[in-house]
Ligand binder design. Structure first.
Ligand SMILES: Cc1cc2nc3c(=O)[nH]c(=O)nc-3n(C[C@H](O)[C@H](O)[C@H](O)COP(=O)(O)OP(=O)(O)OC[C@H]3O[C@@H](n4cnc5c(N)ncnc54)[C@H](O)[C@@H]3O)c2cc1C
Length: 376
């Protein structure tokens, strides 16, 4: 049993931290947040630097952590252009992989994953967007909400309803299609004024008789729900890494602030309560890391453990919210006027996307009770 990462992963972490030191500053982060602008240049540089590589998931996990530690909005924007790629990697055919994955893996194209709709995101089987098969094409009608990279992606992996199964099981009638963003009838509207992660692009998508060739179906018709759930299991580990990065970034700033107080001879203002709180933040970060690396270890060996994955995502997200809130309380005026105000807003999204904390806890509960009752 060894709790240390192998050397190549340690190096990947160092490389990502070095990139963050060079390319992510408080000034730039403040600008992208204020202007709600996607940092295209940063994304390009991250690919050139060789730190965005979803075929090497452990490196990706620690890279996401380090970039979000520097700034969550910029860190996520730099690494999110392949969002949804695993659906094609795992379930797509060779020609889909060649056409789409190659281009997103070298940064030439950007993609998104469109599941959530204006009617809700947690009830995935309840989506209303339809795709009717006519000859050798699908005709799509409906809308998608809060889609990351929505206004700038070249194409989407989209969950659609292709049938209403007679067995009444809503999730049996769903399929995944690859939908290019520039098709007639496809309109995309950027959402502004988000609470956090404002450097990422979020949009509403409306599809009005959008036609895609039948060859854009990923895997089999009716299996889309399972593909998306498999994907969420993977992406939840990456969200946990984002959350750990945010929490660690908050702790770094708290410790920087407190050590400056000490060096100014103001140690007496570092009360016992502040010391306990800082220790608590550090402990929760460590616990989040252990859970997340355990979840990732199962996932990256192709034997996912959804209970551990949901535990890691929910716990790391709560840790990010806890750490940023406590960091603001400790640093007061200085924090509110610095990076921590942004970190605090960015942390909240960790409890929402890729399954809210309530949904993660429902998954944990259902698996626990199933195991207790001897199910599988
Ligand atoms: C910035 C941002 C980016 C996003 N990017 C994407 C993206 O790229 N692709 C995509 O498809 N979606 C994306 N989303 C959507 C996100 O995944 C959803 O917001 C999330 O799944 C929750 O769905 P909802 O907002 O519709 O809330 P709802 O599902 O309506 O839930 C509302 C509240 O009810 C609770 N709730 C719901 N059902 C239950 C239940 N059964 N038991 C207990 N509590 C329950 C939820 O926890 C939540 O607190 C993004 C969202 C944001 C904010």
């Amino acid at each position: 049993m060894d709790f240390e990462f192998p050397e190549d992963i340690v190096k990947a972490r160092e490389k990502a931290a070095e990139f963050a030191r060079k390319e992510i500053s408080s000034k730039k982060a403040l600008m992208y947040d204020r202007d709600e602008k996607f940092p295209e240049e940063l994304k390009k540089k991250a690919f050139e630097y060789g730190i965005v590589d979803y075929t090497n998931p452990w490196s990706m996990l620690v890279t996401i952590e380090e970039l979000c530690r520097a700034d969550p909005g910029m860190g996520i924007a730099a690494t999110v252009s392949l969002f949804g790629a695993e659906v094609i990697m795992l379930f797509g055919n060779d020609s889909q992989k060649t056409k789409y994955l190659g281009a997103v893996q070298n940064g030439a194209m950007m993609m998104g994953l469109a599941v959530t709709e204006p009617g809700g995101g947690s009830d995935v089987a309840g989506i209303k967007t339809t795709a009717r098969k006519e000859g050798n094409k699908y005709i799509i009608n409906g809308s998608k909400m809060f889609i990351t990279n929505g206004a700038i992606a070249d194409f989407f992996v989209m969950l659609v309803r292709t049938s209403n199964p007679e067995d009444g099981k809503r999730h049996h009638g769903l399929s995944t299609l690859i939908v290019p963003g520039n098709l007639p009838g496809f309109s995309r509207t950027k959402i502004t004024g988000k609470l956090g992660v404002r450097a990422t692009n979020t949009a509403e998508l409306v599809l009005n008789n959008v036609e895609v060739p039948a060859e854009n179906l990923i895997g089999e018709e009716g299996k889309g729900f399972y593909y998306i759930m498999t994907f969420f299991n993977i992406s939840r580990a990456y969200v946990a890494a984002q959350a750990i990065g945010i929490a660690q970034g908050a702790l770094d700033r708290v410790l920087g602030y407190l050590s400056e107080l000490q060096s100014k001879g103001a140690s007496s203002s570092i009360t016992e309560e502040i010391q306990m709180t800082a220790s608590d933040i550090a402990t929760r970060i460590e616990a989040s890391r252990l859970l997340t690396y355990k979840a990732a270890s199962y996932l990256f060996q192709f034997r996912p453990n959804p209970t551990i994955t949901s535990m890691s995502k929910a716990y790391a997200a709560e840790t990010a919210v806890f750490a940023t809130e406590k960091a603001l309380e400790i640093t007061g005026y200085s924090g509110i006027n610095g990076d921590l105000e942004r970190f605090f807003r960015d942390a909240k999204i960790m409890e929402i996307w890729e399954g809210t904390s309530e949904i993660e806890k429902l998954i944990i509960w259902r698996n626990l009770i199933k195991e207790t009752q001897g199910g599988n």
